[in-house]
Every structure is written in C-alpha cells, then in structure tokens.
Design a protein around this ligand. Sequence first.
Ligand code: EPU
Length: 303
Amino acid sequence: MILNDPQFVAQMEGWGARFLPEEPLSRHTSLGVGGPADMIEIHRLEALEPVVEGLRGRGIEWRLLGGGTNVLASDEPHRKVCLRLARPERNIEFDGNIVRIAAAADLGRSVMECAKRNLGGMEGLVGVPGSVGGALRMNAGAYGTEIGPLVRSVTVFRGSTGRREALVPHSGISFRYRKSSFAPDDIMLSVTLELKERPFREILDHVKQLNQRRRGSQPLKEKSAGCIFKNPPGLSTGKMIDELEMKGTRVGGAVVSERHANFLVNRYGATASDFFRLMDLIRERVRRAYGVELEEEVIVWKN
Ligand code: EPU
C-alpha cells in the first residue's frame, strides 16, 4: 500500500471520496489486465482539490483512470495512486443545440441521450467504449467523426496548478488524430459540445447502420482496448498485420483478433506482459516487412 495514512483516508470520506487500497486494475480496464493500485474514487467533484493537494503534500504521484477502455496497465503493483471520477447522477444538460456533458458520463449513452433530443453529429462515436473525458483526451473517432471538432469548451481541473479552468478550442485546446493538447495531469470535468439538429429516426438509422458495420469488422464481444496501434499516416495497421498473416497469433492469453488484426484480445486469462510481448512481436514484424514504426494507440501504464 502506497497511501498508508488513516487520517487522510478518514478526511477523504468527509470530502466525498472513497479509498480502495490495492485495487486490481484488471477489474477496471476493458482488457481485463493490470496489477493493484491504491485507488481513490471521487464521488463529489469538490473533493478533487483537497485530495490532490493532500497527495501532493505527501509526495505521492497520481494519475486518472477514465472508463478504462484504452489503458494497458502493467501487472506489477503500481506506485502511483489511481483517481477515478464516479459517474454523477445528472450528467447532461441541454440548451438548444448546445449540450453540456459530465466527463465521467458514458460516451455511447450520451450520444443516444442527444439523439433523443433530435441532436446529431456524433453518431459515429456511439460504439466507441469509454467515458466522455477519455474520448476527449484521445480525440476519439470512428467512421468519419471525431469528438474534437464538436467541442466548444472544456472545464478541466489542472493537476499542475490545482485549479479549475474553462478552455476553448484554438487558444486553450487543440485536437489531432487520436491526440489532444491536455496535459497528463489535467482532469476533465465537463465538456460543452455544439451539435446539429437532426430527427431522432434519422440518427437512429445511421447508428444502426454503423453498429452493423462495426459488428462485422471488430471483435465487440471480447475483452479488448479497441485498436492497439495508431494508423501511420496513409497506412492501415490492421491491414498490415493481417497481410503478415498474424491473425490468431497468441502469446500466453493474448491473441491477435481474427476479426480485426489491430485488436488484441484477452481470450485466455492474459496478463499485461502477454500483451506487451505480443505487441513487441507485431512491431518487429511490421518494422521488418514495411519499414514502419508502429506507435501505440492505447495508453500504457507502467510504474
Ligand atoms: N483491414 C484488413 N484486415 C484487418 C483489419 C482491417 O485488411 O484485420 C483493412 C480493411 O479492410 C480496410 C482497412 O484495413 O480496408 C481499414 O480498416 P477499418 O475500416 O477497420 O479501419 P481502421 O483504420 O483499422 C479505424 C480506427 C478505429 C475505428 C475504425 C472505424 C485507428 C487506429 N482505428 O480503424 O478506431 O473504429 O477506423 O472508423 O484509427 C480505436 O481507436 O481504438 C479504433 C478501433
């Protein structure tokens, strides 16, 4: 246990946070791997400031876990404390075609909530697993939609200053392919998006169409973190791995999906180290065959 301070833990409860010592990250990640980390669940956002201040004062490093759908956490006990935002009850507010969503809200559900109000433009994101905050950090995208261009402002808690700030595109935030300008210790609290008015029926038809496409080309029923590597400019990583006939390749319990070669799945009780070894193997084969260096799309947590 890294955070061994009963007084601080008791204080935390009063602020609206809950301490979970040595919580297995495998329980909180879609890949189902990751060793233990001391975890603090933030139930009231006001608890963030004193919790982070308390950790800073004790010289304890921390990081934020969002929906856990794009994180590959190593098997060893983690030294950094892991913060998580609990999902608030009221997590979406509408004002015409402007919508404010809590960062801890589920992305897919939020897309559908907007659809019910006849607001579209983010349909492509409906099948992207994870939280709204995680989608912002990664500038999540699928089927021609990225979340970045829809953003009007983001409220963040800046770990560096311990203060909250409202950021707007161009001056305060920028988005690129699977990348945003947020600092690693920025915690997104809420986002305001500008959507397009579109009839619910139309949005629903589009969503159904995309879901069908996704089901046909991605292993949605297996434990994965989505695509494991980014696509290098102008190239498709899935296609390259497929052409190397690596589908079905297995290291320990980690397997290259037969459905989409850029998805690695946890099929046989894999460990993080199985995934790291399988990724190294793929990287090496792609480097030799195509002269391309693959960059991870997942966020890797090592100590
Ligand atoms: N392909 C193969 N074999 C495979 C997989 C793909 O030949 O095993 C070919 C396809 O036939 C197609 C091309 O590669 O011609 C591209 O495949 P796909 O349309 O599946 O898209 P992708 O580039 O592999 C990207 C995103 C996905 C997103 C889809 C749909 C990245 C790294 N991946 O995949 O995002 O869902 O487009 O828009 O940008 C993610 O970010 O985790 C993710 C899964």
